[in-house]
Design a protein around this ligand. Structure first.
Ligand code: BES
Ligand code: MN
Ligand code: ZN
Length: 509
């Protein structure tokens, strides 16, 4: 979709659709909506009086203009009550308006910057939210449809009255276009079926994207991983005919400062290995869904790609261990003991707890970058999803300042995190009789014991872990957030959060 910024009066704007807004409780709208109302002989006010229009949040009301103004149709989106207004509502109404335009089979629309100047919300942030909402809401994964539905919005024009502020809006549009397309890039990777994103194929997709973004990609193959001592990653990979990869993507924008390292779980298919998952089972996710088990990797990589495209003044590294988890005659077996990059040993009691294995190597490897902080993202446990559903990730943080940074980024992006404990009492559950640690802690506190397991491999840097098993995938079900900018399938959860975190990082130099 092309996005343009123009200076002008939207009531005089010629387009297929003119999108304006309305707060609940307003009888006579002002601003741009008021201008459109006046130009239409107060039709909008009349519709409010007749209760055909209420301004209730998420309401989308469209009507034709019969040539009374240059725009062919008007869509009024409801912003809800003024006192309940948030930036996330801007994302949401923008997504609703854009998808309404698409559903009507139309291809272009003009809109104002919803919510600018309301309360504390500034023009740039509101413009970003308008663009993000539209890009995220219009996303569809139809890569493999030979006859995709032809409905496609091609252009969106943001019309604003003040000439002096056009530059501000254009900058915001640029930032939001990069962020929105990075989220959608991650969604494409996560939605892709596992046969087109084997570790080798995924590597090639990232190679192309890295080149375009101007980020540096280093790829480690199986032989190199053997030399480096990635015993846990290689153990998981043993069952597959597809060789594993370790991807390291670097954005250098922060001079000589230490990098922020993002680690992402990259299981391109999690069958469970020898502990084979059922194809489907009551209350459990069907096996085909386990293609989203590389969401952490996709999100970490996409965030660094976005940082590179935005030329953020920070050094950022994404580390992604990528492999399939498959059963076979060569697969690792329950009871096997593997040696990790950092030298610690793990007793593999359940081959389906493979995420923490590949992350153990990757967290050890992270240390070689002398990180300012390391954040890992992983679809790690069904238990995290049981605890929080799809509404939030489970956050574990061993550092107060990193926790605060994540909470602030979460607030700004409405990508929710909810903190869970890292009390040492849980360590009892992962004590091994035969190795330094075992990879399962039983059913109690499954998300916590997985985090405590990861913490064993963290050494010398502030660390946070986000278990994204819930929010990484959206379904048309009550346990998923009901948002127009989150269509079903891969959500890309975490990209906006991490880009925000990196944007606000302000490294000391
Ligand atoms: N990838 C799964 C976790 C998962 C489950 C993600 C459902 C998304 C939706 C992970 O590798 C796994 O299998 N975890 C096991 C751990 C157990 C064997 C200790 C789980 O959560 O059951
Ligand atoms: Mn598993
Ligand atoms: Zn997994």
């Amino acid at each position: 979709m092309r996005i343009r910024v123009e200076v002008g009066d939207i009531s005089r704007w010629e387009d297929e659709v003119i999108v304006v807004n309305l707060f609940e409780g307003v009888d006579h709208p002002g601003g741009a909506t008021g201008a459109v109302d006046a130009a239409l002989g107060h039709q909008i006010s009349a519709m409010i009086a007749s209760r055909d229009l209420s301004g209730a949040f998420k309401d989308v009301t469209g009507f034709p203009t019969f040539d009374r103004i240059p725009g062919n149709r008007v869509i009024v989106v409801g912003l809800g009550r003024r006192e309940d207004f948030t930036l996330d509502r801007v994302r949401e109404v923008s997504a609703r308006a854009a998808t309404k335009v698409r559903d009507m089979g139309l291809t272009t629309f003009a809109t104002i910057v919803h919510g600018a100047g309301v309360g504390e919300i500034d023009l740039g942030d509101a413009a970003e939210a308008v663009v993000e909402g539209a890009l995220l809401g219009l996303y569809r994964y139809d890569e493999h449809k030979t006859q995709p539905d032809g409905k496609r919005v091609e252009a969106m024009t943001i019309v604003n009255l003040e000439k002096a502020r056009a530059g501000e809006i254009r900058d915001a549009v640029h930032r939001a276009s990069v962020v929105g397309s990075s989220v959608n890039f991650a969604r494409d990777l996560i939605n892709a079926p596992s046969n087109v994103k084997t570790p080798r194929l995924l590597t090639e997709k990232i190679r192309a994207a890295a080149k375009e973004a101007g980020a540096k990609l280093t790829v480690y193959d199986e032989a190199q991983l053997k030399d480096l001592g990635f015993g846990a990653l290689l153990g998981v990979a043993r069952g597959s005919v597809e060789p594993p990869r370790l991807l390291v993507l670097e954005h250098a924008g922060g001079g000589r400062s230490k990098p922020v390292v993002l680690v992402g779980k990259g299981i391109t298919f999690d069958s469970g290995g020898i502990a084979l998952k059922p194809l489907e089972a009551l209350g459990a996710d069907p096996m085909w869904l386990m293609r989203y088990d590389m969401a952490g990797a996709a999100v970490a990589l996409s965030a660094v790609l976005a940082a590179a495209r935005l030329k953020l003044p920070v050094n950022a590294v994404a580390i992604a261990p990528v492999t399939e988890n498959m059963p076979s005659g060569s697969a690792q077996k329950p009871g096997d003991i593997v040696r990790t990059f950092g030298g610690k040993t793990i007793e593999v009691l359940n081959t389906d707890a493979e995420g923490r294995l590949v992350l153990a190597d990757a967290l050890g490897f992270a240390k070689t970058f002398k990180p300012q902080a390391t954040i890992d993202l992983a679809t790690l446990t069904g238990a995290a999803k049981v605890a929080l559903g799809r509404m939030a990730s489970a956050m574990f943080a061993d550092d107060a300042s990193l926790r605060e940074r994540l909470l602030r980024a979460s607030e700004a992006t409405a990508e929710r995190v909810w903190e869970m404990p890292l009390w040492d009492d849980y360590d009892e559950q992962i004590k091994s009789d035969f190795a330094d640690v075992k990879n399962t802690g039983g059913r109690s506190a499954g998300a916590v014991t997985a985090a405590k397991f990861l913490q064993r491999f963290v050494d010398g840097f502030p660390w946070a872990h986000l278990d994204i098993a819930g929010p990484a995938w959206i379904e048309a079900a009550p346990d998923s957030p009901k948002k127009a900018y989150l269509p079903t399938g891969a959500s890309g959860y975490g990209v906006r959060l991490l880009v925000r975190l990196l944007r606000d990082w302000k490294s000391p130099g």
